[in-house]
Design a binder for this molecule. Structure first.
Ligand code: S3P
Length: 451
């Protein structure tokens, strides 16, 4: 089942060259944060370029439930915030749909206010681990009551007299780091978060932008991030950059589809997000950065991707995993058309995303004729070379947008069509995916190939 309705089967077929410009939507991580941080200021935050995917819309609704005003006028979203510590107690259960980022960041944001909130989501979200967030929130004084294994639905009782916290994040997770920082906003004194591996730093950048005192120091123990609680938090005008994780789909589609030449303009190349593009270049992909520039303190470029017939399998360094964690599914598609094997170690986190992404991709790729080996924290794709992947199967998307989109892209270059049982979840992060790909010349229809 898709997250909000009946399943939507989808099929993609081999297509002619993909040509043109792909204007992908706003960054999902930055969109969630814009709404949540905006709701924690006094005054009006204005946001343009917001991703209007279901995940982000669910976060907008949640912010309204906590007392903020969130509305779209023209092309701009306006958030009238309630201030740090100003959240009202929601009257009803907060449904975060499919979004781990939404629920985990919101739990952090409310955990140091004297209110109680109950959170739920779809079947995917309700099976994901939440203790990684509620454990550090307990150190601030918040209590949580969920299902076995720390699963949603879950009630969080915010701390009445929060304590500042020093927390070593045990898993490489920007969501956990951000939840702790958001909770730290309403704790007196300094909250310190330490991460061994650098994960996306949008929260740190945005906190500084809103006026909080926050400092990151690289040390031998990792990145030490210190936030002063109870800051003067001022509203902001935010232009959300386009999402590199969404750009990955047209970029990879062009790389595997004969004759293609696609321009994907205005993509943020923040080093904590751009690992896929480095990896693709190492594999021999014809990918170039045009018009490289700086916007809002972030490196930005127009990406040009062309069909690349001589891809080779590589060893992806584990230290790069955090900077491309959402891109492994689509990387495994590109790896299927390379010569030789692509080994991807250090990726245990893939097992607790919207689905177990190693299992979901490995199962579907094997069904399509690609050999895949896997362990708890690694996987290897044995490439079939250009034209070497059979396809011709219906695979499961497991309520996971990136799994659905990855298999649709695979079908652009397989010998036979590829289907997913449910492409509905694509709307969580990339609602214009079918139209955008169709506009480039791809062939995606809403049906399933005969089994
Ligand atoms: C995100 C962090 C990552 C990523 C997710 C978005 C964020 O999750 O997979 O899509 O916006 O902070 P983890 O924190 O679980 O690594």
């Amino acid at each position: 089942m898709s997250s909000h309705g009946a399943p939507i089967p989808m099929t993609s077929r081999a297509c002619g060259p993909l040509k043109g410009e792909a204007h992908v939507p706003g960054d999902k991580s930055i969109s969630h944060r814009s709404l949540i941080f905006g709701a924690m200021t006094i005054g009006e935050t204005k946001i343009t370029g917001l991703l209007e995917g279901q995940d982000v819309l669910d976060t907008g609704k949640a912010m309204q439930a906590f007392g903020a005003t969130v509305e779209k006028r023209g092309d701009t979203w306006h958030v009238q915030g309630v201030g740090v510590g100003g959240f009202a107690e929601p009257e009803n259960v907060i449904d975060c749909g499919n979004s781990g980022t939404g629920v985990r960041l919101i739990m952090g944001a409310m955990a140091t206010s004297p209110i109680t909130a109950t959170f739920t989501g779809d079947a995917s979200l309700n099976s994901r681990p939440m203790a990684r967030v509620t454990d550090p929130l307990a150190l601030f004084g918040a209590k949580s009551y969920g299902r076995q294994g720390g699963r949603l639905p879950m009630t969080v009782v915010g701390a009445r007299d929060p304590m500042p916290v020093r927390y070593d994040v045990p898993v490489p997770s920007a969501q956990v780091k951000s939840a702790v920082l958001l909770a730290g906003l309403n704790a007196p004194g300094e909250t310190v978060v330490i991460e061994k591996e650098a994960t996306r730093d949008h929260s740190e950048r945005m906190l500084a932008g809103f006026g909080a005192k926050i400092e990151t120091v690289e040390t031998n123990e990792g990145r030490v991030i210190t936030l002063q609680g109870r800051p003067e938090f001022n509203p902001l005008s935010i232009v959300v950059p386009r999402d590199p994780s969404s750009a990955a789909f047209p970029v990879c589609a062009a790389i595997i589809t004969e004759g293609s030449d696609v321009l994907v303009p205005n993509i943020g190349l923040n080093p904590t997000r751009a690992g896929l593009f480095t990896t693709l270049k190492e594999m021999g992909a014809d990918l170039t950065y045009e018009n490289l520039r700086e916007e809002g303190g972030e490196p930005v470029a127009d990406l040009r991707a062309k069909f690349s017939p001589n891809l080779k399998g590589i060893e992806v360094p584990p230290h790069r995993a955090a900077s491309m964690i959402d891109e492994y599914p689509i990387l495994s598609v590109v790896a299927s058309f390379a010569e030789g094997k692509t080994h991807m170690p250090g990726v245990k986190e893939l097992r607790v995303k919207e689905s177990d992404r190693i299992d979901a991709m490995a199962t579907g790729l094997r069904a399509a004729g690609v050999a895949v080996d896997e362990g708890e924290d690694w996987w290897t794709v044995f490439g079939c070379g250009h034209g070497g992947v059979k396809g011709g199967v219906i695979v499961q998307s497991h309520l996971d947008h990136r799994i659905a989109m990855s298999f649709m892209v695979l079908g652009f270059a397989t010998q036979n069509p590829m289907s997913v049982d449910d492409g509905g979840p694509i709307a969580t992060s990339f609602p214009i995916f079918e139209n955008l790909m169709g506009g480039l010349g791809a062939d995606i229809t809403r049906d399933a190939v005969p089994a």
